[in-house]
Design a protein around this ligand. Sequence first.
Ligand SMILES: [Mg+2]
Length: 161
Amino acid sequence: MSRFTPKETYRKISDISIDYLKNDVGIKGLIFDFDGTLQLKWKISKSTFEFIKDAKDMGLKVSVVSNNIHINEFLLRKMNIISIKKFALKPFKKPLLDMAKRMKLKPEQIAFVGNNRFTDIYGSNRAGMYSIYIQNNINGFFHKRKTQGSLEGKGINKIDD
Ligand SMILES: [Mg+2]
């Protein structure tokens, strides 16, 4: 199996089974990529918002590791996500392993959810995490980063419903 091959692939976050991850795989925490994974078109979908709430209600720890310097912390606070690592340099393992330590979990107890096969899937496979690929065609194989700049005042600090 290639290091770029995820353990699971879905079109959207809400298709992931929290029950399966928790009870069959032994997952205790989720780390999310931000751009193109949690946030799509500057918004967090209602179904993603509900998924995060359900995961937390079921006792999973949730954090974000993003390569971007700018991520919308307002949206993350709304989702009660406090553990955040920006400018993480995925696919290096270190930012993922550092976050695992912050979460007080072993890598194999963590599922990493991302939309980029190189930074997210290759990175989390290398780190020994359970990789989940969100195949939504937002990014190709290599993520072309856009400069996002300030998010304030653009009416994008919202959860879509
Ligand atoms: Mg992404």
